[in-house]
Design a protein around this ligand. Sequence first.
Ligand code: PLP
Length: 410
Amino acid sequence: MELINNKYQFAGGIDPLELCKEYGTPLYVYDASVMERQYKRITGAFSYPKVHIHYACKALTNLSVMRLFRQWGAGLDCVSVQEVQLGLMAGYKPEDILYTPNFAGTDEYDEAVQLGVKINIDSIPMLENWGLHHKNVPIGIRINPHLMAGGNEKISVGHIDSKFGISIHQLPHVLRIVESQGLVIDGLHMHTGSDILDVDVFLRGADILFEAARKFPHLKYIDLGSGFKVPYKPDDIETDVEELGEKLSERFTTFCKEFGREVTLMFEPGKFLVSEAGYLFAKCTLVKQTTSTVFVGLNTGLNHLIRPMFYGSYHKIVNVTEPTFKPRIYNVVGNICETDTFAVDRRIPEVVEGDIIGFYNAGAYGWMMASNYNSRPRPAEVLLYQGKAHLIRKRETLEDMVRNQVQVAL
Ligand SMILES: *Cc1c(COP(=O)(O)O)cnc(C)c1O
């Protein structure tokens, strides 16, 4: 969404204020052209021919969005059996779906085997168990290479005490299990967290997996996960995927020569593909002045966009209705009965009641982390595709929220 002639517009001249009028607020809007641009950026960055991108659909698990990525040629990365089922509904072939859960029960793995998807195992006990029931089903192993990476504690999953993956130091143990049980390991996987800025972190991770790969003769893929950082603030730097593609293609080609075979190189980006494509629009319900602060209150809150409160993440905020008014300094807050602060001391063109406020970078982990807290319905979702707006999820209703409640005579 850009400011053109003092009006915010989407590609093709779509007016966000019209969308808010038609579909109501709060409203999530996704621009498919940005998703496509990001997908092409990452696929275009590699000269190595066998690169496959799996969309980590937990970032934005809407069937229409999943379908678009399938059309563009992506596979899917799923962290639950339900995501797998949604992927199948969206038309993905089982072999194009990766199932990489954490602390999933054996029943979930059994279901994944039934559904015929690719499975990554991330614990020794599960690996020991595999031989008993699914000896002939090839699996990938999620390795924790212990790279300190990621924007903060909550999203960094590669450090030594992380709950994710099997430690690279336990490789000898893994090999004993694999050999004694006759398991077929066809993939090695790592995912070291979100918001990795440094290309070197990926390269170091790749080197660790290349080294481990020598021990697995059946290997078909090496999956370097995700963690691509996208810009949130105007002057933010992002992961240089072009540099990564160039350096990694070179190293990977060398590795494959030594290994004796072309192995598929995989990535599973979520945020990189959808974050910048998404916006949350909300209405200002009230501007309230206290002794020290001017609050802009919105008809949304941590129930709809929890990232600022949960991760302390920054989202660019604009006044869509009045982009040209003189900026004032505000705290932007939600309407939830908690301190749900979106931004502190933020300069935004003067806001009055009824103005539409827009949040950038709301495509990833926005709607998906929304809840019904305070019994407010979750927002509708609109997808902009080839110059047209499509409603891809209706706003929830009171009925939706009580659907599974059982009213008993007490
Ligand atoms: C969450 C997750 C991803 C996607 O992470 P992003 O930071 O959104 O790109 C990829 N792989 C696995 C296994 C994940 O759990």
